[in-house]
Design a protein around this ligand. Structure first.
Ligand code: AMP
Ligand code: GLY
Length: 429
């Protein structure tokens, strides 16, 4: 089979790498891909933008692609799956109606309320004046969110009334996010530990992927500005069997069934970002209609089952009858980023790394990289995700950091404490 993966991040490198290992896969194409996918055996990059639906569909036709797997939220929210289906092309991912779970926070909050899915209290505002009055009434801390997609930048954790007003004014008054900020959500501030709960869904059936946690904040100790994620590990030790069951019962199943009741069939990866409070009760912070980045990288390192087979089961039915096989080891990925990320940063910097020295059970997934005169240079904010397996999260972390130390470019930045909560739990045992 020939597969097309759409996207160019670390998530897409990891998905393409895993798909290429399937005995039934002849070749994986990645549009547009990065320097990592360009160098991977069995994988070929194709230079088509993720926004060019017509070009992507034409490529599938001409190259006889059997299945397309969509990585990022942008094309999903803009209806790429509907577009492909109309052309008779097989595509794994939610359609536009289902992708609203991520595309509109106002939609997803109202959906959760309709189906009694646990989430923080909230209100939606279009007018800045009413939003400011509401902020005065309820006080801080609270969370202000732009309704639509904002590349991970549309959420403001406000610890004071002044910060909350500033965020509301930026989004509604100054239109910092354009159309995506024509409405804001003012939400209760939730406390606890975050977990990424990712599933594969199709035909009303669901299987959970291995649990994971990521580090959204840029700096050590989980402080500093929010990013797309600075590192992740799997499994998440906080999710024991009873919490797992509770999440399936209270969040995942009601989500899939609630959508079905509303005439929406979900097919694809479904990601619930959860806050687990001190009593072990999960609440939904957000839905993503895709796999997480960087969660994909450690999760794919642990997946022993055939990813192509799982995608086919999701599309054709049968997920509930399958047993997913996981490596019992832990996996941890450290994101190496450009200095300045998530704000302005330089690109085109030469990456120095002797790939022949990569340790076993270690894999360097690329994100913001490209080939220039056969050399690998930086091309984005999150550049690499250095991922390793280990018998414990601590061992995986030590292996990943040993590899990071071998990789150099000007002012490369990475956190040195990825996995610290899990490691503290391990060492307390
Ligand atoms: P979201 O895009 O909604 O996941 O928000 C990005 C990040 O902001 C989350 O991963 C959390 O770390 C944080 N966050 C979002 N909503 C809340 C909330 N209601 N309370 C506390 N933190 C939140
Ligand atoms: N790592 C968080 C996300 O993919 O949204």
């Amino acid at each position: 089979m020939k597969i097309l993966v759409i996207g160019s991040g670390g998530r897409e490198h990891a998905l393409a790498w895993k798909l290429s290992q399937s005995p039934n896969v002849e070749r994986v194409y990645v549009a547009p891909g990065n320097a990592g996918t360009a160098q991977e055996p069995g994988i070929t990059n194709v230079d088509i933008a993720i926004t060019d639906f017509e070009g992507l569909a034409k490529f599938c036709d001409v190259s006889a692609i059997d299945l397309t797997v969509v990585g990022p939220e942008g094309p999903l929210v803009n209806g790429i799956v509907d577009f492909f289906h109309d052309k008779g092309l097989r595509c794994f991912g939610p359609n536009q109606a289902a992708a609203q779970l991520e595309g509109s926070k106002a939609f997803s909050k109202a959906f959760m309320q309709r189906h009694n899915i646990p989430t923080g209290h909230y209100k939606v505002f279009e007018s800045l004046d009413t939003a400011l009055t509401h902020i005065n009434e309820i006080g801080a801390p609270l969370v202000i969110k732009a309704d639509g997609l904002a590349a991970g930048k549309g959420v403001f954790l406000a610890h004071t009334i002044a910060e909350a007003k500033l965020a509301a004014t930026e989004i509604l008054g100054e239109q910092a996010f354009g159309e995506a900020g024509s409405q804001i959500i003012i939400e209760e501030f939730l406390f606890g530990e975050e977990v990424s709960f990712i599933c594969m869904v199709g035909k009303g059936e669901v299987i959970a992927m291995a649990t994971s946690q990521d580090h959204k904040a840029r700096d050590e100790g989980d402080v500093g500005p929010n990013t797309g994620g600075m590192g992740a590990y799997s499994p998440a030790p906080i999710v024991d069997a009873s919490l797992h069951q509770r999440i399936m019962r209270d969040v995942i199943n009601p989500t899939i069934n609630g959508l079905r009741d509303e005439g929406i069939e979900y097919c694809g990866f479904l990601y619930a970002g959860l806050m687990i409070d001190s009593d072990g009760i999960p609440q939904v912070l957000e839905y993503n209609c895709r796999f997480g980045d960087p969660e994909t990288q450690p999760i794919m390192m642990r997946l022993d089952s055939d990813l192509l087979e799982l995608c086919n089961l999701a599309l054709d039915g049968g997920l509930n009858q399958t047993n997913v096989r996981w490596n019992t080891k832990c996996a941890l990925g450290v994101v190496m980023a450009a200095d300045g990320y998530p704000f302005g940063y330089a690109t085109g910097l030469l990456i120095e790394y002797d790939q022949t020295t990569t340790q076993s059970e270690c894999k360097v997934f690329h994100a913001g990289t490209r080939l220039e005169n056969k050399k690998i240079v930086t091309s984005g904010g999150r550049v690499l995700c250095v991922t390793a397996l280990g018998n414990t999260v601590q061992e995986a972390s030590q292996r990943a950091y040993r590899e990071c130390e071998k990789i150099r470019w000007d002012n490369a930045y990475y956190r040195k404490d990825i996995g610290h909560k899990a490691i503290t739990r391990e060492t307390a045992k």
